[in-house]
Unconditional design. Structure first.
Length: 101
């Protein structure tokens, strides 16, 4: 298994152009999308320029674009879905799992 790493702003920009370039000629949508990812801290820093521990992958961005392949505004609106979720069980959940098994 090979780790590809987190998506960069440049990669997200290039992907946007490949998916929506024909309908986003002035790049206003692209800038809104990239700005939203910046606000969410998905490029290694948050909107204040502070380091962020959030990242997203090019695969996640591609999935978002495929889900919204005919709706660039939908992709912008759903950008928050790119924030990774933690899959660690809390202590309460672990106790419930142990007692139910």
């Amino acid at each position: 298994m090979m780790r590809i790493g987190e998506a960069t702003r440049y990669q997200a920009s290039q992907m946007w152009d490949r998916f929506y370039g024909d309908v986003d000629a002035d790049h206003a949508g692209r800038e809104r999308f990239l700005g939203r990812l910046d606000e969410l801290g998905l490029f290694g820093q948050n909107a204040d320029g502070e380091p962020s521990h959030r990242h997203t992958s090019t695969a996640a961005i591609q999935g978002l674009f495929l889900f919204n392949k005919n709706d660039m505004h939908g992709a912008i609106d759903m950008a928050e879905g790119l924030v990774p979720r933690k899959f660690e069980a809390t202590d309460d959940e672990q106790g419930a799992i142990k007692t139910s098994a």
